[in-house]
Design a protein around this ligand. Structure first.
Ligand SMILES: [Zn+2]
Length: 234
């Protein structure tokens, strides 16, 4: 089979799926992935300075830590390559309170929109990833109640009960060790909560894992593997 040539514009890569916003199957190649990843890497240095600020075209915007530590740090995932619009920016109208959304192809273009336009309409305007991110290691166990890590907003958010009320069954890790030094998981019935900014619920896998109590493992210098049993001992 002849090798598929790279089209001239990124738009031509898409056109698959029901709405035409999915990558066409013939472009599911390493070369195309590399092209997307390169664009992603370039965008970081382009829009965010070393100090974490966006300073271009006369606009200043402090890029939230969560966004810098996740979306701008991690390589693109398959789901982000095959979807044309993995990002959106959301903001609320100061007059009516209505929430708006605008979709973007790259995190950089979403960031430019927040920094140069949306932040002036709503200082809380933010970039949302449609594909969740785990909590950055530095924030584990550190987010004060009642805030939780929102995987799509990539920041700490308050979560509210959905109406009408729903429940979720979740395995929750104990914060205190039992007599054997283990931190047992228990199944709990919890009211389903939702982030009002992006709609992510507490059923989300990334939410569940991120906001679980994290155990820290101290590894001695020179040790490369952690013995699972030894790690539980205090
Ligand atoms: Zn959210």
């Amino acid at each position: 089979m002849a090798k598929e040539k790279m089209p001239r514009t990124a738009d031509e890569l898409f056109g698959g799926g029901l709405l035409g916003n999915m990558l066409q199957g013939k472009y599911l190649t390493e070369e195309v992935y590399a092209w997307f990843q390169k664009r992603h890497d370039r965008s970081k240095t382009l829009v965010v300075g070393d100090d974490g600020w966006y300073r271009r075209n006369g606009h200043d915007y402090k890029v939230p830590y969560g966004l810098r530590a996740t979306a701008l740090q991690e390589p693109l995932r398959h789901s982000q390559v095959v979807n044309k619009f993995p990002w959106y920016v959301t903001w609320r109208s100061a007059k009516t309170g209505k929430r708006y959304k605008k979709y973007f192809t790259t995190v950089a273009s979403a960031l430019v929109f927040v920094a140069e336009q949306a932040q002036y309409v709503d200082p809380q305007a933010c970039v949302v990833s449609r594909h969740g991110y785990m909590i950055p290691p530095k924030l584990r166990n550190k987010i004060p109640s009642p805030y939780k890590w929102c995987p799509a907003c990539m920041t700490a958010r308050k979560f509210y009960r959905v109406r009408p009320e729903q429940f979720v069954y979740a395995m929750i890790r104990s914060r205190t060790p039992d007599e054997k030094g283990n931190y047992p998981y228990k199944e709990r019935k919890l009211p389903l909560l939702q982030c009002r900014v992006c709609g992510t619920t507490t059923r989300d896998t990334y939410y569940r894992r991120s906001n679980q109590f994290w155990l820290t493992v101290k590894v001695k210098p020179g040790v490369h593997r952690v013995n699972r049993k030894a790690r539980r001992k205090k």
